[in-house]
Structure formats: C-alpha cells, structure tokens
Design a protein around this ligand. Sequence first.
Ligand code: NAG
Ligand code: NAG
Length: 566
Amino acid sequence: MPPRKQTDSSKQSICSSIGALIRSRLRATTCKYVGFFVLLFISSYLYLSPLIITSVPQEPISTDYLNADVSKRDAVRAAFQHAWSSYEQDAMGADEYHPISHRGFNFSGDGGIGYTVVDALDTMLIMGLHDEHARARQWILDKHSFEREGNFNTFETTIRVLGGLLSAYHLAGDTLYLERAVDLADRLLPAFDTPTGLPLPMVNLAKRVGVRDQWSSDQISTAEAATLQLEFKYLAQLTRKNIYWSKVENVMSVIYKSLLPHSLVPIFMSASKGDFTQSDIRLGSRGDSYYEYLIKQYLQTNRTEPIYKKMYADSMKGLHDNLVQKTSRQGLTYIAELIPHRSKDGSVTWDRSAKQDHLVCFLAGSLMLGATTSGAAKHFISIPPRLEELTQEGQRDWQTGVNLLETCMDTHRTSTGLSPEIVMFRANEEKGESERDWFIKNSRKGGPSSYDARYMLRPETVESLFIAWRLTGDLKYRQHAWNIFSAIENHCRLEEGGYATVLDVDTVPVSRDDKQETFFLSETLKYLYMTFSDSSIIPLDKYVFNTEGHPLPIFKPTDTKPAFAL
Ligand SMILES: *[C@@H]1O[C@H](CO)[C@@H](O)[C@H](O)[C@H]1NC(C)=O
Ligand SMILES: *[C@@H]1O[C@H](CO)[C@@H](O)[C@H](O)[C@H]1NC(C)=O
C-alpha cells in the first residue's frame, strides 16, 4: 500500500455536502432544464424552510471544517525556523542541542542516531518547509547510522526516532525513511528477549542486545513497555511482518493479566515475573502514556479491537474512583497520585498525594478524544459533541477533560505565563495567602528555584488545547494556545537562535538552562501550528498521534492478526 501525501479530501462543509446531495439528484435526471428547476425548487425550499437543514443527517466529524488563523499559524512556523536554523548551523546531526553554548550533544560516545533531525522531519513536512526538509533528508542519506556502540533508551528511541521515521515515510512517501525504520526496529527487537517478553529499558544498537537497568536489573517501567505499540504495529502493517506486531501485543497481554482490581497501573514491573512491583500510581512520568496508548491502540486499528476499549474504559473508571480530585476554593480538577506504604503486618496502604506533573496535562485532550470515540454512542459525532451522542462514561470523561484543561490553563498564571514542571494543590485546610489553589514546592518568588519551577518547552498543555480546539471549534482554546506561544516567544526565545528551558516560571527576567528539547520541534511547535491551521491538516478521524506528536494513519489491520483478544 503506497503511502499518500496529505490531501484536502476532508475539506468539506455541511453546505457543500448539501450541494453534493443536490448534484447527485441532478445526475439522476436526464433533462438539464428539469434539473435546473429542481435545483431552483430545492434551493428556494431550503431558503424558505431552514428546518430542512437541521433535518439533514448529522455530518461526520471529518467534514466539519475549521478555518486557519493564517497570521498566527505563520508566526509558529517562523518560530520553528528560528529553532531549527540555529541547530542546523551549530550542531547538525547531534542528538540534542544546547542553544546557549551553541553545541550539540550525543547520547553515545560512538555518535548520535539523529534524535533531533528525525524528530523534526514530519513537522517540516506539515509546515511545508521544503528546503529544510531536503537538507535534513540529505543528512540522513549521507551521515545517519544506527550502527552505534552505545546504550539507547528503548522507549525514547521508539517514540522519537522510529515514530519520526514512520510518520515522515507516511507524509513524504519516501522509502529511505521506511528502510531506516526497519533497520532500527530490527535492532530494537532484542530488547523483548526476557522471560516474559517485557522489553528491557535499553538496547545496544550496534551489538543488537537488550541492556538491563543499571540500578535494578529486573525493573521495567510500565509506561515505557506499553508505549511502543503504535509504532511497531504500524510498521507491521507496512511490512506485513507479524513479529513487530506480536512482540508489542504480548506486552499488553502480560500487563492485562497482572492488572489490579481498579485497572490503574503501578509505574514499575518485574521483567522476569511480569507482575507489578510496589510503586507509585500516577498519570505523570512513567505512568502517563500507558493510558494514552490504550485509547490510541483502540483508535489506530479503527476500533476493531474491543480489548483496548475495555482496558481503557476500566482504567478511566479507576481514575475517576481513585484519582480525580477538586480543590475546595476554586474547584480546580486535578489528578492525584497514589503512594504505597507497607505497614508492619505486611499489608499495603495507599496515600493520596496532591502533586501533579505538567505531563498529566496530556490527559485533558486524551479524555476528550476518548469521550468522542470510545465513549461515543455512534462513530461520527458533532463538533462540539452533543450530550446525547456520548455514553454516560463518555459524558463523564468529556467533563473531566474539559475541567482538567481549565486547571492546566490555571497553572499558567505565573509571572512568565509559562507553567511549572510540577505543582502541588492545596488541601482543604491550607489557606495560603496566594491567589492560586496550587503552589510550586520549595519555591519562593525571587528565591532559589526548585526543579519543579522550570518550564522545559513541554507540549502537554498545547497538545490538549489542539485536541480541544478540533473537537469543539471553541475559540477560547485557540486564545489559550496563543497566550502560551507568546509566553514562549517572550521568555524562551534566544535572540541569537534557538529556544531554551526557563528555570523558574515565576521569576522575571528569566534564567535559562542550556537545552532545547527535541520534543519542542516534534510536539510543542507542531501542535501549536496545527491549532492555527485549518482542520484538513492531519484530521483526527484519520490519524493517531504517537506520544511524541508523530501522526500515524488509522488503518484496518490486514493479515497481521491480533495475538490478544477478549
Ligand atoms: C554526534 O553524532 C553525529 C553523528 O550522528 C556526528 O555527526 C556529530 O559530530 C556528533 N556530535 C558530537 C558533539 O559529538
Ligand atoms: C473506519 O471505520 C469507519 C466506520 O466504519 C469508516 O467510515 C472509515 O472509513 C474507517 N476508516 C479506515 C481508515 O478504515
């Protein structure tokens, strides 16, 4: 199946499909004049009787068309060029970029594997930056190699590099990218050679062997093991090689068998036993994308695998029963964490912590996306969704998603307009003189900044704003996204080139850390760009985004049989 370029086929409005209806009626008549009078009759009837318009069957989600905001979209594109061009000049080919010292950095002493270049390819294609893309492709052709003697993180390499190559292959139709994706995937497969099939956290790409955690040799991060599936499954679909499918599907079946009654997952597992080890439960780091990939695995194969609908639904019930909280003053919805404690008699009790990572903000959009698909009463629903189109669970998830997004916006009420890495919500009894229902731990205005106070160019809030915008067409989401973009321009942008992490979102003028994360190019700027683009750019009913913002097409699995079913 040759990949096709983005088309505007979904660009259609309710009006034009009424036009299509009329045209198809016309085709049925043999006489043009009769056709003309039919057209005249129908259009005057439509004009005089607006009721008939509302009785036209509800349009599928893909045909509701949202217009671009051209000047804002182009401002985001210019920001990408500002970030990319200084990287290209100072550090082309290096895995990471340190924009203040104008240096590149590789994850192995044996040379990099093109983290930044590959992560940025599809954003260039989506933004129509053809010259930049041509030079990046040339670098991959001439200089790029996976024959590197070094330990690369299985999860990061999959989501950034494999995901980036697959998305670029789909968008550009360039087999160079598919060849590299196959080469990489084959080097990653040995990670799954454990007694349970849960993947080891690292791989030596040149030696083709999995590498155990340095500190705890049996330990596997749950989200890392369960956030490889979209990439390997799409590769299986492209190559018709079942091994890519079965390795990652097996991981899901191991997790499924170990699930606790509430279907929430502790963040660590045992590679040898396949069960959970006593560890935190959270939607932030090491937990987050497990839940994201449940709903997205259901969507990727066009809702043909009910097991993922069930696993997702069960986990969202567990989330609402155990983790969804509200602050008492402003009523801000947040997602708490559960911390296990073993008491003297050996039993485990769980304490609830009011800590929320910026990472959790992905969940707002994910809940809204889930509500309109897995939680919908039919395949295509309105923009914005109508209550009766959602199941009870769908309505619950939609509301929590909307509320959580409000909270994430509230965490931007800082001196810079940027949100901190981690916030703590105030308990009922804590008054606090602050205007905010949350605070940054170990941080005082003007004092030394804590790790929690930084903004490292993360995408999660703008990702959720993008999804919320596409699903509602509500301009407030575009306005929020623009405010965040403006804060990034004001505080993260370096005049001489690039963007850098801000150390304390509550101190102006800001101090910065010498790092431009690769996800700034693959996610933050891409989601912002798409928020201001028209909705024919990567429509949500045709794509799922991997957790690094790389769009992969939705497909019906052909000869790759799901290894795991209800
Ligand atoms: C990083 O690796 C790339 C090869 O992928 C090489 O071109 C570059 O010089 C290396 N950069 C540094 C800073 O070592
Ligand atoms: C997914 O399923 C829907 C409803 O059955 C169908 O209209 C759509 O074309 C399918 N999409 C793909 C990519 O198979």
